[in-house]
Design a protein around this ligand. Structure first.
Ligand code: HEM
Length: 383
C-alpha cells in the first residue's frame, strides 16, 4: 500500500491510515535519540563559541606559574553543561509526571514510567556533579587532574572550598531524587520530589559570581529563581517532546497545562535574568563594552527567539494539536528545545566569564596612593 498524497498532508494516505496511526507517524517525526544528541551538540557548540568570544576576560597564562592544563580548561565547563542538561531532564521528567492526570491521586502507569526515567536522569546528574569535583579542585589549585588525584588534593580540598561543597551537596540531593523517584506512587509525593529536585539545582548559585559583589542578595535570589524557572520550562518541554508518542491520548490537555507553566517561566526567566544582570553590571555600557555584557545580550536575543516560538505555538501549533494534528507542534518544539540547550551552553560560558569590575572612584590606583602617600603619588606629565 503506497502512501498517496492529498493537498493538505503530503506524507501519508489518510484513507489507508486511521487517525491514531496518523498521529503516531507525526509524533515519530522527531526521534528521542536525535533530539538528545542535537541538544548536547547545540549546548557544546554554543558553550565553545561563547567561551572563545569571552577568552579576553580570562587571566593570561603566565610562563612559569602553575596551570591546571587543557583537560581542566575544556572538561570543567563541559561537565558544568552536562550537569545543567541532566538536571533539566530530571526536573522536566518530574514536571511531566505531576502534569499527567492521576486516578484518585495515584500516579498512572505512564507517570510511574516517567518517575523511573527521572531516577535515571538524576543518577546521571549525580555522576556529573561528582566528576566536576576533581576538575574544580584542579582549577582552584592550578594543578592537573592527575596531580590532584595523585597528591591527595581531592581529600584535602573536596570538603573545604565553597564550590566543591556546593557540588557535593548537589550530588547528594540528586542521589536522593534518584533513589526516591522509583518508589513514589502518589502525586503529592511526586510534587515533593519535584521541589527537592529544584532545590538540588541551586547550591552552585550560592558560590558563583552571584555570591560576590555589592548586590549579592539580589544576585543570589535572582539566580536561584532564574535557574529554577529555566529548568521547569526547558525540562518539561524536552520530556513532553520525547514522550509525546506514548502520550497521544492525553497530549493536547497536558500540553495545554504545560503551556500555562511555560508562559510563567518565560516571564520569570526574563525578569530574573535582567535583575541578575543588573546585580553584576555597574553601567549599561558594559553590555557592549565587556565580554560578560555581550554574552548577556546574546542570551537576551536567544530568549526573545524563544518568546517568538512560544507565540507561534499559541497562534498555530497548539490549536492544530487540539484538532488532532500534532506534527507542527512537534517540529516547532524540537527547534525550541535545541535553542534552549544552546542557551544553557551560553549560560555556562557566562558563569565562567568574569563580570566587569565595578569602578569605585575612591578606589582607583592614583586615589589609593594619594590616600596612602599624599598628593600626587603618581608623577604628572609636567614632572
Ligand atoms: C534576558 C535573558 C537572560 C538574561 C539577561 C540572563 C542572565 C543570566 C545571568 C546574569 C546569569 C548568572 C551568570 C553568572 O553566574 O554570572 C544567568 C545564569 C544562567 N542562565 Fe540566564 N539569562 C537569560 C536567559 C536565559 C535563558 C533563556 C536560559 C535557558 C534557556 C538561561 C539559562 C541560565 C542558566 C542555566 C544559568 C546558570 C549557568 C550556570 O551557572 O551553570 N538564561 N543568566
Amino acid at each position: 500500500m503506497s502512501p498517496v498524497t492529498d493537498q493538505h498532508d503530503t506524507s501519508v494516505d489518510r484513507r489507508a491510515v486511521g487517525e491514531p496511526e496518523l498521529q503516531e507517524r507525526s509524533l515519530s517525526a522527531v526521534g528521542t535519540r536525535q533530539l538528545l544528541i542535537g541538544c548536547v551538540l547545540a549546548s557544546g557548540i554554543a558553550l565553545l563559541l561563547a567561551s572563545i568570544a569571552a577568552r579576553g576576560s580570562r587571566p593570561p597564562l603566565i610562563e612559569g606559574l602553575p596551570d591546571a592544563g587543557s583537560l581542566t580548561h575544556w572538561a570543567l565547563p563541559g561537565s558544568r553543561a552536562i550537569i545543567d542538561l541532566t538536571a533539566v531532564c530530571a526536573v522536566g521528567t518530574l514536571v511531566l509526571a505531576v502534569l499527567l492526570p492521576t486516578s484518585g491521586g495515584e500516579l498512572t502507569a505512564q507517570a510511574r514510567h516517567l518517575m523511573r526515567a527521572a531516577s535515571r536522569w538524576a543518577s546521571a546528574w549525580l555522576v556529573g556533579s561528582l566528576l566536576a569535583v576533581p576538575l574544580t579542585i584542579s582549577e582552584i589549585t592550578a594543578r592537573s587532574v592527575p596531580a590532584v588525584l595523585r597528591d591527595g588534593l581531592l581529600r584535602e580540598f573536596a570538603f573545604s572550598t565553597g564550590q566543591t561543597q556546593a557540588l557535593l551537596f548537589m550530588a547528594w540531593l540528586a542521589g536522593l531524587v534518584a533513589v526516591c523517584a522509583g518508589t513514589i506512587r502518589r502525586r503529592t509525593a511526586a510534587w515533593a520530589l519535584l521541589a527537592l529536585a529544584v532545590a538540588a539545582l541551586l547550591p552552585p548559585a550560592f558560590t558563583g559570581h552571584a555570591a560576590h559583589g555589592d548586590r549579592h542578595v539580589l544576585g543570589v535570589v535572582g539566580l536561584t529563581v532564574h535557574i529554577s524557572a529555566m529548568a521547569l520550562w526547558c525540562g518539561a518541554l524536552l520530556v513532553l517532546l520525547t514522550q509525546s508518542r506514548t502520550l497521544t491520548s492525553v497530549l493536547a490537555p497536558v500540553t495545554a497545562r504545560f503551556s500555562r507553566l511555560a508562559l510563567v517561566c518565560f516571564v520569570t526567566v526574563a525578569v530574573t535574568g535582567l535583575l541578575t544582570s543588573w546585580s553584576r553590571l555597574a553601567q549599561p555600557s558594559y553590555l557592549w563594552t565587556t565580554d560578560y555584557g555581550r554574552i548577556l545580550v546574546a542570551k537576551a536575543v536567544l530568549l526573545s527567539l524563544l518568546g517568538f516560538l512560544g507565540w507561534r505555538h499559541r497562534r498555530r501549533t497548539l490549536p492544530a494539536l487540539r484538532a488532532g494534528r500534532p506534527r507542527a507542534f512537534v517540529m516547532l518544539a524540537a527547534v525550541e528545545v535545541v535553542i534552549m540547550a544552546a542557551t544553557i551552553g551560553v549560560a555556562v560560558a557566562l558563569s565562567r566569564t568574569a563580570p566587569p569590575v565595578r569602578e569605585h572612584p575612591g578606589l582607583s590606583a592614583p586615589a589609593i596612593s594619594a590616600q596612602l602617600f599624599g598628593e600626587p603619588a603618581v608623577p604628572t606629565p609636567s614632572g
